[in-house]
Design a protein around this ligand. Structure first.
Ligand code: 8YV
Length: 293
């Protein structure tokens, strides 16, 4: 890059050595939402001024350390909302309509021999959204076109929305056919565990475009395997890029490798916002999309 000397830690075969060699002169870090920046790495970067996240999640950045050391943390809000909501819809339709399974049948030349079970109708379902921020609302707008009933939960009712607010996540799971997770993971704790899956029940589907760490993945895998829930569409996992192998053989899941914002158009917009934030920081201004004061 013209304006910066760039070191690519993710490409290094000796990341520890690289940090020891160049850590003291690094002033800015660009990272993804899922990868973030740990305290361990930040401690090797005494000159760090800014962590520019190319994404909206800051759950993997040590915000406490950043605040203590006056390090800006910035994100790329707004520009990926549509993509994430689009993918949530894609996962929903793919999972309920068994599109992955259908594709495998065609690709393997098994069409005439295979009787796929009938799928689940999407239109007319009741959809529950966990997290009614930008992404949750964009998902709601899209699923509304499918003549669905939309319910949601969040810290409280969101002003100006007509969808039904359900304070208790178990009550929400019990009421809906499809539960979509679109919540921030900044709180860090698991919100989809055994009891929520139980409430969702054998006719219920789970879609996750938020973070894998919000889900008890073992409980989810068990519920899917034992058909205690009907299916799941997952773009995110607890320990990416590692996905528990148990998921691979399940026909009732759609798996996606954290691609919700991975379009050329959106990644370009995200990149531009990252550059805007860096440029502000290094010209002595406040980065426009900072999450810490
Ligand atoms: C990106 C994300 O895939 O925005 C986020 O927090 O997790 C995703 O949009 C990630 O930031 C990689 O750049």
């Amino acid at each position: 890059m013209r304006d910066y000397e760039v070191h690519r830690l993710y490409q290094s075969s000796e990341p520890k050595q690289m940090l020891a060699d160049i850590g003291p002169v690094i002033e800015g870090v660009v990272t993804g939402g899922a990868k973030g920046l740990s305290r361990d790495i930040m401690q090797c970067l005494p000159a760090l001024k800014i962590v520019a996240v190319s994404g909206i999640g800051t759950d993997a950045v040590d915000l406490v350390y950043a605040a203590e050391h006056n390090i800006f943390v910035t994100t790329t809000p707004g520009v990926l909302t549509d993509d994430v909501a689009d993918l949530a819809l894609g996962l929903l339709i793919s999972t309920l309509r068994q599109m992955s399974e259908g594709e495998q049948v065609v690709r393997a030349g098994r069409w005439p021999q295979t009787n796929l079970p009938l799928a689940r109708k999407v239109s007319g379902t009741t959809v529950g959204i966990i997290g009614m921020g930008r992404v949750g609302q964009a998902i709601a707008q899209r699923v509304a076109a499918f003549k669905t009933r939309i319910l949601y939960t969040d810290l409280g009712p969101v002003a100006g929305l007509d969808y039904g607010f359900v304070a208790d996540i178990h009550a929400l799971a019990q009421e809906v056919d499809v539960l979509i997770l679109a919540a921030s993971a900044d709180g860090g704790k698991v919100i989809i565990g055994e009891s929520v899956l139980e409430a969702l029940g054998p006719q219920g589907y789970f879609i996750n475009v938020a973070r894998g760490k919000l889900v008890d993945e073992n409980a989810l895998l068990a519920a899917l395997t034992e058909r205690r829930i009907a299916g799941a569409g997952l773009d995110v996992f607890a320990n990416e890029p590692h996905v528990p192998e148990g998921f691979f053989t399940l026909s009732n899941v759609t798996l996606s490798p954290h691609r919700a914002s991975a379009t050329v158009q959106t990644r370009l917009e995200m990149g531009n916002i990252v550059l805007e934030n860096l440029m502000a920081c290094f010209s002595g201004k406040l980065p426009p999309h900072r999450v810490l004061a």
